[in-house]
Design a protein around this ligand. Structure first.
Ligand code: SAM
Length: 288
């Protein structure tokens, strides 16, 4: 019996053996607590019917646990220095493929077809590089893929914004962008102490379950997201004032008032009080 990679002792030994130095610019904070990883994997609902996509395997701590629980794992790692380490630490698993690619440039759909059999349920599970959490998630959500859920570790503050409900401080355009495509839930908070090196911020595990259809029907998606953005430009301003100043080249105040009343929204409300359904009604009123 040897220890899991996700222990302080094994991790330090691996880092020492390969003379590995962390690159802060790549968001390299490795997990050294196998219990946290098992919690993540069980929250994600991973079992032997699962094909898992991991983003940023590092030295393989989460990958190892995924290989144990899932049928097949593919992991995208940008840092070439980690490739020889991963082929050593994961040598006893035949169900793992490491892909040396930037996740933001990868053709995920193509890799899914290449590596997963059609019977598998596909999930993303990752401890994300924190400098690009939002681009990674939005990039995945906006693509047509068969990914059923995304369970990831990220900054607590960002996780809270993604899962936030109306009338809370954290609710904003990011909440709406994420919840348009998924059901979002913060699963647990994770202290800094389970990483080396320790990050500057507290972390959370966020679970996103993809909806079969977007939450609301909008005539024009781009318009919908523009109106959402516009409504949150100045959080303390009313929705009417935000829309009037944002659209001053295109619509006059009278037209904005008409759109608001046809969507049955009081112009004196603030953006943060509107549900996603109300934003959809508003966007569709602009489109009529
Ligand atoms: N999964 C490991 C763990 O939990 O200990 C490492 C997680 S660490 C927070 C993030 C990993 O993502 C690092 O290994 C880093 O090199 C990698 N990474 C950073 N940017 C990336 C990108 N654009 N594409 C793929 N991997 C990236």
């Amino acid at each position: 019996f040897t220890d899991f990679i996700a222990t302080p002792k094994r991790t330090k030994q691996i880092l020492h053996q390969y003379g590995f130095s962390f690159k802060k610019s790549l968001g390299q904070n490795f997990i050294i607590d196998a219990n946290i990883l098992k919690n993540i994997i069980s929250s994600a609902g991973i079992d032997k019917t699962s094909g898992v996509i991991e983003i940023g395997p590092g030295i393989g701590s989460l990958t190892e646990q995924l290989a144990i629980h899932a049928k097949k794992v593919i992991a995208f790692e940008i840092d070439r220095r980690l490739l020889p380490i991963l082929s050593d630490t994961l040598s006893s698993f035949s169900n793992v493929t490491i892909i040396n690619e930037d996740i933001l440039k990868a053709n995920i759909q193509q890799e899914i077809k290449k590596h997963f059999t059609p019977d598998l349920h596909i999930h993303i599970v990752a401890n994300l590089p924190y400098y690009i959490t939002t681009p990674i998630l939005m990039n995945v959500l906006q693509q047509e893929t068969p990914i059923e859920s995304i369970t990831v570790m990220l900054q607590k503050e960002v996780a809270d914004r993604m899962a936030a409900l109306p009338n809370t401080k954290a609710y904003g355009s990011l909440s709406i962008a994420v919840q348009y495509y998924t059901e979002a839930q913060v699963v647990m908070e994770v202290p800094k102490t389970v990483f080396i090196p320790q990050p500057n911020v507290t972390s959370s595990v966020l679970k996103l379950v993809r909806r079969k259809e977007p939450l609301v029907k909008v005539a024009n998606e781009e318009q919908f997201f523009t109106i959402v953005q516009a409504s949150f430009t100045h959080r303390r301003k009313t929705i009417r004032n935000n829309l009037v100043s944002f659209f001053k080249q295109t619509y006059d105040k009278g037209e904005i008032n008409e759109f608001l009343s046809s969507a049955q929204i009081e112009g004196s409300r603030r953006g943060e009080s509107l549900s996603i359904h109300e934003f959809a009604a508003l966007s569709n009123a602009f489109d009529r």
